[in-house]
Design a binder for this molecule. Structure first.
Ligand code: ADP
Ligand code: MG
Length: 489
């Protein structure tokens, strides 16, 4: 067996990476694509099988409509056109984990075509990657060769679980772009409830096509395809390794031979698959058991109408409308529960910008301290909106809201303003009382008052702090400030 290794320190600056990814996404439907068997992960081996799944002669596949719907959702999210007339094809090959002897897939009529996906890279630059197509197919079973010395075992639970394959154009120019792309796809499939996007469990797998060319060249070089990468990190490593290896081959006067490669995650190297594994003649033809699937105009319009806002749009709106930074916007846009909470609270808060600030600032810190998420927060969205309104209206200080009011809310039926009133947390409106406090403080801190009068303006904060203490925090600091200034004139 050939295992590629890097030998030289070649100059990589003369070359550019060209890569396109084929991303398999396991859809999170309840049942399989062509049968009513459960599609869930983790059951006892061969618990989810039926005559269709194990390919009994005469068993007829029947399409799960949900699969088309999920494919449309992801297609629309990445700006594809939807093919309204769909065919399924048989891809013929023999393998023990494929009892029928063919995989049902879409060969030349994929459900989605011609899209693109926009990415923001770590340095802030924007990158657009073209999407060639998305096609539907069924997954195969799983062979286990490491359970027994003499036998291989087959688990067909996964056979017939729906997959979509997203094929990008060869627009990727670095390992970072590849990883940003996968991260974005994972985010989208989760946001759209199309897949759990778990790479560890194999719900997201990727083949990376990689070639190099001299900088400035306008044609593409010969590509190699690294199969079955099961983490974003391994996609990066495989790309980095192949980039270096191909440069080494070309720099030494050699030629890249188009081939299919395995990636060894322990060694971080690639090696060619046996040529037999590679020589495919799938003899695709339309599956006579499955009628064409027509996506009607009404169905398509309905799916479009039900599309939620996408994380990127939400983030851009948050950034431009409320002037919050990318990190905070990302935090909100990418956490479905937090976003739902935000949307609900936004219905009753007067100030959405303050809501964003509360959620990404103090509330986030509070939850981190309690080691819980927004789902375990003791306040409901409407209650948080009430708290924020009280603070914005200067009826309660932010500090008291955080330290006393919020922790006292025991159930989500309670009216926050009633609790604040009962606990006597409302800001003192009484100016006489405040003036009284100011007089007491200034009398007590005579030396500091003298210092202030000599120009040491910094002591003002001290005066305000002392008055706030006397007021037990229930005063508007700005109001206190202006009373003190008045008195010091
Ligand atoms: P095939 O159907 O033979 O696998 P495709 O044209 O569909 O070939 O391409 C498969 C993948 O390979 C796509 O993701 C595409 O972007 C990528 N690709 C095509 N040409 C190159 C190249 N020269 N270098 C890197 N990737 C490429
Ligand atoms: Mg291919």
């Amino acid at each position: 067996m050939v295992i590629f290794a890097l030998e030289m320190n070649t100059d990589q600056t003369q070359f550019e990476l060209v890569s396109g990814l084929e991303i398999h996404v396991q859809l999170n439907t309840e049942s399989k694509i062509f049968s009513s068997d459960s599609a869930s992960f983790g059951a006892e081996a061969n618990a989810h099988i039926s005559p269709v799944t194990i390919g009994m002669p005469g068993a007829l596949p029947k399409l799960n409509k949900e699969v088309i719907e999920k494919a449309m959702r992801i297609g629309l999210a990445i700006n594809c056109s939807i093919n309204q007339l769909n065919y399924f094809d048989r891809k013929n090959y023999f393998y023990a984990d494929l009892p029928k002897g063919y995989q049902i897939t879409q060969d030349n009529k994929p459900v989605c075509v011609d899209g693109y996906i926009d990415l923001t890279l770590s340095d802030g630059t924007e990158k657009r990657v073209g999407i060639n197509r998305i096609h539907l197919e069924e997954d195969a079973g799983k062979s286990m060769h490491d359970q027994d010395d003499a036998y291989s075992f087959i688990d067909l639970n996964r056979a017939g679980v729906p997959l979509i394959e997203i094929v990008t154009e060869p627009d990727i120019r670095s390992a970072e772009e590849a990883s940003a792309l996968l991260t974005e796809i994972r985010k989208l499939v989760r946001h759209l409830n199309v897949s759990d996007g778990n790479m560890e469990e194999g719900s997201l797998r990727c083949d990376a096509n990689i070639s190099i060319r001299e900088i400035g060249a306008t044609t593409f070089g010969t590509r190699c395809e690294v199969k079955n990468l099961n983490s974003i990190r391994n996609v990066r490593r495989a790309i980095d390794f192949e980039f270096a290896r191909q440069i080494e081959v070309v720099s030494a006067g050699g030629e890249i031979i188009q081939s299919t490669l395995n990636f060894d995650a322990d060694a971080g190297t690639t090696s060619p698959m046996r040529s037999k594994e590679e020589a495919n003649d799938y003899r695709y033809f339309p599956d006579p058991d499955l009628p064409p699937v027509v996506i009607s105009d009404d169905w398509l319009a309905d799916v479009k109408a039900r599309m939620p806002q996408l994380p990127r749009q939400i983030m851009q709106t948050l950034m431009s409308d409320y002037n919050i930074n990318r990190a905070d916007a990302t935090l909100l846009a990418e956490d479905a529960n937090l976003l739902a909470f935000y949307n609900k609270a936004a219905e009753t808060t007067k100030n959405k910008k303050s809501l964003v600030n509360w959620l990404t600032g103090p509330i986030r810190a509070l939850l981190a301290e309690q080691q819980c998420t927004i789902v375990g927060f003791n306040l409901g969205p409407a209650q948080l909106a009430q708290v924020i309104n009280l603070v914005d209206d200067k009826k309660v200080t932010q500090q008291i809201a955080l330290q006393q009011l919020i922790p006292s809310i025991k159930d989500q039926q309670q009216d926050v303003e009633v609790v604040a009133t009962t606990m006597n947390l409302l800001i003192t409106e009484d100016s006489n009382e405040l003036e009284d406090f100011v007089d007491q403080v200034l009398a007590k801190l005579q030396p500091q008052v003298q210092a202030y009068k000599k120009g040491k303006k910094g002591v003002l904060g001290l005066f305000v702090g002392e008055v706030m203490k006397l007021a037990k925090g229930k005063a508007d600091p700005q109001k206190v400030n202006s009373i003190i200034l008045e008195k010091l004139k």
